[in-house]
Design a protein around this ligand. Structure first.
Ligand code: MD6
Ligand code: FE
Length: 192
């Protein structure tokens, strides 16, 4: 892990996973379509004032779930606390996320190399929480061609990502089968 991103091993409490189930009951996981017309292998939902969405028109943040037209489920207090405490542990004080994207990976699902650049303020970090099955995170540089490091992420691990690395390319290797059905990843951002 480069100096710009901080790994907090086993930082997330188990109750976070129960809250994910409650959110998914109100805003079910769905496979969004990329602007290029591909169905994403990762299923997604959101909570909080803003949710990340993708369709043929592009990537953006939306205050409502396009499937229902209703606001996304509220961000649980335990999520806000976790994100704030993780950011503080990585020297980003007073982080208050307004968006939480929840990714669900079944075996074989992957996330191609990408940059997170749909947010307004890149001075704010991203707090990334991994739950369930382990995954290999790919962490590159400012150009898609830069070499990538592989970082093993286990249940409960939190990565705080900001500063010079905020716009670095990153992705997730195809998930291996394991003892549980899924990996969940929560990314907390200041989007608006
Ligand atoms: C994932 N994460 O771990 C996908 N982006 O499932 C991301 O794309 C990501 O973990 C920005 C910062 C941290 C992340
Ligand atoms: Fe990302």
């Amino acid at each position: 892990m480069r100096l710009e991103a901080v790994l907090l091993p086993a930082f997330a409490p188990d109750e976070i996973l129960e809250a994910v189930e409650a959110i998914a009951a109100a805003a079910p996981f769905r496979h969004m379509i990329t602007p290029g017309g591909f169905r994403m292998s990762v299923a997604m939902t959101n909570c909080g004032p803003l949710g990340w969405v993708s369709d043929r028109k592009g990537y953006r943040y939306s205050p409502v779930d396009p499937e229902t037209g209703r606001p996304w489920p509220a961000m649980p207090e335990a999520f806000l606390r976790l994100a704030n405490e993780a950011a503080a542990a990585a020297n980003f004080p007073a982080f208050v996320p307004d968006a939480c994207l929840i990714n669900r990976y079944a075996s074989g699902a992957k996330m191609s190399l990408h940059q997170d650049k749909d947010e307004k303020d890149f001075s704010q970090p991203i707090v990334s929480v991994s739950l369930g099955l382990p995954a290999v995170f790919l962490f590159g540089g400012p150009s898609r061609k830069d070499p990538v490091k592989r970082i093993a992420l286990e249940h409960g691990d939190v990565v705080v990502w900001g500063g010079p690395a905020r716009l670095f390319y990153h992705g997730v290797m195809p998930l291996k089968e394991g003892a549980r059905p899924y990996r969940f990843n929560l990314t907390f951002r200041r989007a608006g």
